[in-house]
Design a protein around this ligand. Structure first.
Ligand SMILES: [Fe+2]
Ligand SMILES: [Fe+2]
Length: 407
């Protein structure tokens, strides 16, 4: 059996991809072409990348009923950075007698020699690509000769190019234009039904609607609803705590933006952003999404407002010296409408009294829970708790002093 692996972001998959795959299949007499959408590598995270599950579903829809194609979730399931060598290891294990081909875009082909475990890749698969023009064709053949000297087998096919690209499709959707003829109808319907790519952020004009679209693509439906509920509650509490309700709403939407990322992907992302976790943070995975979320907001969404960034950063641990906005998000996350835990009524009552009583209650609750579980308590949480208690003591001493001076 001759099977070609055709991997990519497929963001979204389009007729250009499908034509290329079909053309290779007929020229090389392939039995199957396996589409493998990649999981989003952290260094390639960007606001207009559709969620892994959406890209996978669009691949499935695009080839539904066509016996030539298989669609594999192998890379999406593995999460984190996808290495082709690992994928080929797994596939040769699953189909030990198959002859494998690897289809790559021309620009990817020209870097193949530097790929992780290239020697294993070339042993497992015949490397295939198609030039976009004659000049590129010459370049590809020259490079293929270099790879062949290392033992690789390469096939360069002159397949007429299409000028369809995923970037162009996303742009058309954003500007409300038609994408008929560029993607199969089933993919088009899926894109519109799920509002994909419509409001992708353009970094110049941020708005809540854009943020909502971004989290919709990154979060599970449960977490998505939670984030909207926190945003609503934050808008309400901001007025009580002296924060800007607009910023509170935006920070509420974004606070859990990284919450549904697998742990391995979060660690990779933090290291890509140059963040080194200390031992306590390393032992406290529940804080990773907040640290990574703050970096995503700053570096990917290009939000320059430090107050919003810090509200995301400290929404799980709190810290000493929090701004009104940071306190707002911390308390909103505990008291949003979707929350349900034994002390919720008391917590909501205190939230109405002010950020101090609410923070004290929330921090004591969290610290007690962590102690019961023998889990790490991060210094930021203890600093925040101590600050509140010290302030309370100071206020009650002042009150006592005023009382006694009045006697
Ligand atoms: Fe969170
Ligand atoms: Fe949350």
């Amino acid at each position: 059996m001759k099977i070609a692996v055709f991997g990519g972001a497929f963001n979204p998959i389009h007729y250009g991809h499908l034509r290329l795959a079909r053309e290779f299949a007929s020229r090389l007499k392939l039995d199957k072409v396996m589409l493998i959408p990649s999981s989003t590598p952290p260094h390639k995270l960007h606001a207009h990348m559709a969620a892994d599950r959406d890209r996978l579903e669009m691949c499935r829809l695009s080839v539904k009923g066509d016996p030539l194609f298989l669609v594999s979730d192998i890379e999406i399931k593995r999460a984190g950075v996808s290495f082709t060598a690992d994928t080929l290891d797994k596939l040769t294990e699953l189909y030990p007698t198959a002859q494998w081909y690897l289809i790559t875009g021309a620009d990817m082909f020209l870097t193949l020699g530097t790929w992780h475990r290239f020697e294993d890749i070339m042993l497992r698969a015949i490397l295939c690509t198609a030039p976009r023009d004659d000049i590129e064709g010459a370049k590809l053949r020259e490079y293929a000769a270099v790879l062949e000297k290392r033992g690789a087998k390469c096939i360069i096919e002159d397949i007429p190019k299409t000028d369809i690209s995923s970037t162009k499709i996303r742009q058309l959707i954003r500007s409300g234009k038609d994408i008929d003829c560029l993607v199969p109808n089933s993919v088009k319907d899926y894109i519109y039904k799920n509002s994909l790519y419509k409001n992708a952020i353009d970094n110049t004009e941020n708005s809540d609607a854009q943020f909502i679209e971004i989290i919709r693509g990154r979060l599970t439906p449960y977490r998505f609803r939670h984030s909207l509920a926190v945003a609503e509650q934050a808008k309400h509490l901001a007025l009580l705590y002296g924060a800007d309700p607009k910023k509170a709403y935006a920070a509420g939407i974004l606070h859990d933006i990284m919450k549904d990322e697998p742990k391995a992907a979060l660690l990779q992302m933090l290291s890509d952003f140059g963040i080194i976790l200390n031992n306590a943070q390393m032992a406290s995975p529940s804080c990773w999404h907040a640290i990574a979320g703050a970096e995503f907001v700053r570096n990917i969404l290009k939000i320059g407002d430090d107050d919003i960034i810090n509200a995301v950063r400290y929404h799980t641990t709190a810290r000493a010296g929090m701004s009104p906005l940071e306190k707002t998000i911390f308390v909103a996350d505990f008291t949003s409408l979707d929350r349900d835990y034994p002390d919720i009524d008391e917590m909501r009552r205190r939230a109405q009294l002010g950020s101090g009583p609410a923070m004290e209650y929330a921090l004591s609750y969290t610290i007690r829970e962590l102690l019961n579980k023998s889990a790490v308590i991060l210094p930021d949480a203890i600093d925040a708790y101590n600050e509140i208690i010290a302030l309370k003591q100071k206020e009650s001493n002042n009150y006592a002093a005023t009382k006694s001076s009045q006697k």
